[in-house]
Design a protein around this ligand. Structure first.
Ligand SMILES: NC(=O)C1=CN([C@@H]2O[C@H](COP(=O)(O)OP(=O)(O)OC[C@H]3O[C@@H](n4cnc5c(N)ncnc54)[C@H](OP(=O)(O)O)[C@@H]3O)[C@@H](O)[C@H]2O)C=CC1
Ligand SMILES: [Mg+2]
Length: 352
């Protein structure tokens, strides 16, 4: 039990302080693990570990869904031992969350080069056989993961990738050291602290009042269209980035915008998606696609979008059917923007 469930917590009750909510004690517990290596090391004892291999999570199939197996510290240590690895490799793990009962969750990549072990990586297929699962590319797995699992695996993959790419100080060139939780890296020679970064990205569903604008890049799955997205330039706020990206990509001027929601998106690197709706000036709707950025862009009617939203079946099945276009997967915030737009249009068409 951590401090916040122990003495301090009881003292708060005896002094008649209000009860700290479960969420607050959980947030404060995670904060403590990030700040206190000893507490984090102790949390590993009763923690649960999610395993990756070269950034692909270990998954087990159950009908049309993926299950995400978790392992105890003891199970991970005996796995490492079985494949001739030093248990010190556990220190490559990163904290990715905890349960309401303060069971800490960690992610460990068995394929990336370890800072502690001469053996670069564990043999993927033998580990899969041993653990009765498969390491599956996360971008492919998202279609068959529930939102809680995908959010945890998004965080884990982003953090594991960040540590793998920040082994050295960009000022001194010396190797950096991670703390036990993996919430930062420090350069011992100049004490510079590196924190995992997310790149802010604006994603915008543009509407002209009756239609919405979708676009596709050549890298998108066949037939898929999505909302306009773009990385914020340094110094830009969200509104400026939306105006610039819409002007750059489709040559239109945004009139007003409304924030919708945000989402962490780990592909190809860690992005913080800031999603909003925007409208263009009526009459100024002629799209001029920037073919350096997009393969195509078009206006879509309410009926076209509503029909596409009703489509059933897996993504692959939908791709095989002759259908003019596909929408982003439900887990993508672009899908949420499109759904919101259809709901807004539906309400607007109802008699007052
Ligand atoms: N979750 C969702 O619903 C969706 C998520 N996305 C994600 O949004 C992100 C941005 O979309 P995209 O249209 O590609 O972005 P942009 O329209 O900004 O185009 C990508 C280009 O932006 C430049 N760039 C600027 N800053 C960065 C940075 N920090 N990292 C990488 N490239 C940068 C690069 O150009 P240069 O090479 O010239 O420097 C890059 O090729 C993508 O990662 C995509 O996966 C996109 C759509 C839906
Ligand atoms: Mg873009």
């Amino acid at each position: 039990m951590s401090l916040y469930c122990g003495i301090a917590y009881r003292r708060k009750i005896s002094q008649g302080y209000r009860l700290l909510s479960t969420y607050v004690t959980k947030a404060r517990y995670l904060f403590e693990l990030k700040e206190d290596d000893g507490a984090c090391k102790k949390a590993q004892q009763a923690g649960a570990f999610y395993l990756f291999h070269s950034l692909a999570p270990l998954l087990q199939t159950a009908e049309h869904r993926y299950l995400v197996p978790r392992f105890s510290l003891l199970e991970v240590e005996s796995l490492l031992h079985k494949f001739g690895q030093d248990a010190q490799r556990i220190e490559d793990s990163v904290l990715i969350g905890c349960s309401e009962q303060h069971e800490a969750w960690f992610a460990l990549d068995l394929g990336l080069n370890s800072s502690f072990s001469t053996h670069a990586s564990l043999p993927k297929s033998e580990v899969e056989t041993e653990l009765q699962g498969s390491f599956i590319e996360l971008r492919k797995a998202i279609f068959q993961l529930n939102s809680m699992d995908s959010s945890l695996l998004f965080t884990a993959q982003a953090l594991l990738r960040w540590h793998d790419g920040h082994q050295f100080c960009s000022k001194s060139g010396q190797p950096t050291r991670k703390n036990i939780a993996g919430s930062k890296r420090v350069c011992p020679s100049n004490n510079i602290i590196y924190y995992p970064q997310m790149a802010p990205v604006v994603i915008t569903l543009v509407s002209d009042g009756t239609r919405c604008l979708l676009a596709r890049q050549s890298s998108f799955p066949k037939g898929m269209y999505s909302a306009l997205a773009g990385f914020c330039d340094i110094g830009e706020n969200m509104e400026e980035a939306v105006r610039r990206e819409v002007a750059e990509e489709v040559g239109l001027e945004v009139e007003n915008m409304q924030f919708s929601a945000s989402q962490h998106w780990p592909f190809p690197n860690s992005s913080l998606m800031i999603a909003c709706h925007a409208t263009v000036k009526p009459g100024q709707t002629e799209i001029q696609v920037n073919l350096r950025e997009l393969e195509a862009a078009a206006w879509f009617s309410y009926d076209e979008i509503a029909t596409a939203l009703r489509k059933k079946g897996t993504y692959i099945q939908q791709q095989n059917e002759a259908f003019p276009f596909l929408l982003p997967p439900k887990l993508a915030i672009a899908h949420q923007l499109i759904q919101e737009w259809v709901e807004k249009q539906t309400c607007a068409s109802l008699p007052a």
